[in-house]
Design a protein around this ligand. Sequence first.
Ligand code: SAJ
Length: 430
Amino acid sequence: MAFQKICVLGLGYIGLPTACTFATHGLQVIGVDVNPEVVETIKNGGLHIHEPGLKQLVDQAVASGNFQVSLQPQPADAFLITVPTPFTSEKQADLSYVISAAESILPHLKPGSLVILESTSPPRTTVDVVAPILARSGLRPGHDFFLAYSPERVLPGKIIEELVQNARVVGGVDPGSSQAGRDLYLNFVQGEIYLTDATTAEMVKLMENTYRDVNIALANEFSHLAGQQGVDIWEAVNLANRHPRVNILNPGPGVGGHCISVDPWFLVETDPQLAPLISTARQVNDQQPQFVVDLVQHALGSLSGRRIAALGLAYKPDVDDLRESPAIAVAQGLAAAGAEISTYEPFKPNAQVPGIQAAQNLADAIQNADLLLLLVGHTEFKNLDPQVIASQTTARIVVDTVNGWDAASWRSAGFQVVRLGDGAHKPVPA
Ligand code: SAJ
């Protein structure tokens, strides 16, 4: 099946790179976002998100003449839904963006159209939520038009590359829909494209991210146990990973971002009785910021009135995304315990976080601090020279939650060094 014109609904971290990649591969693409600021920013040659290589890709797409942005969908051969699926305070998927995106396609649906849902969604969303909405057109999914689910699997920080290289799973509501989806992605995907049904494809996505979450929870739990035994977790993980069938992940201040810290709940909500391990892992990772607060309290004796420079607010290294960030939870936890927090996030120096003072640069953040707290392993932070930092701050203690700094170099620059999981600093139980 050949496609000339496609409409991509939702121009976030997935939708914008996907839309532009289709455009640079010769398809006419309408990128749709309901947020006028996003549409204006892109029209004016700007970007509302940071992702390595994205600016260049958007510029290429615009220069090709194939990429336009709009507030509303327009007639097209295929429609891709790449909107967010946040979770509610009860940890249930909020499908309102998916629903309104599907509804906005309705006037443009015609026999032979293809609709693909890419947004991470609970199992059966495509068949139980999206299909009935689209059927209001009078056209039957899988008969009169094609409908499929295809999860995005790209890693923030490597989106542009992984979009093209990664294997892709396409799950149709019928075999014809799966094949139509494959035909569309073949325009640029170089990895294998595997066909299945829609609900299996939804499960695959949730299983991938849950697998990672559970394994990070295990690493975090190991770090607690190792600490109690006086064992350095980083050395222990390194040695355990020499086993040919073991690959333990890294402990840290917790799990954030809009994917791994959210998606496992979409499986739990289907039947909590059947998912005790998944929800326990989520709880272990959600408690990790408090573990860091306790570690810092132990290092300082008391938190009240102490000045802490928290380095990094993003959910992981070298991205600007602050969603569900454990670094923010740590900073807020320390502030709630009476510490004075100044933060510096190089990828978003103007970010406002309630209760936290954000510095515009590193020097301002660390100048009058009692303690430097490394929360995110941004390359910029890892490359800091401790000798230079020693001359820029009053702090003489550092707490490294990501194993980002060479402890010996920081010690020889005059700092007391505490590393999460180093086995030498047992946190005081809360
Ligand atoms: N983290 C650890 N220890 C580790 C690895 C990660 O604490 O060893 C933390 C990170 O610091 C971060 C969180 O986990 O806070 C998640 O980071 P990540 O790099 O593991 O994953 P994401 O959320 O950036 O991207 C994931 C990827 N999924 C998998 O690797 C299974 C990506 O392929 C998905 O496309 C993406 O979720 C998504 O959009 O769902």
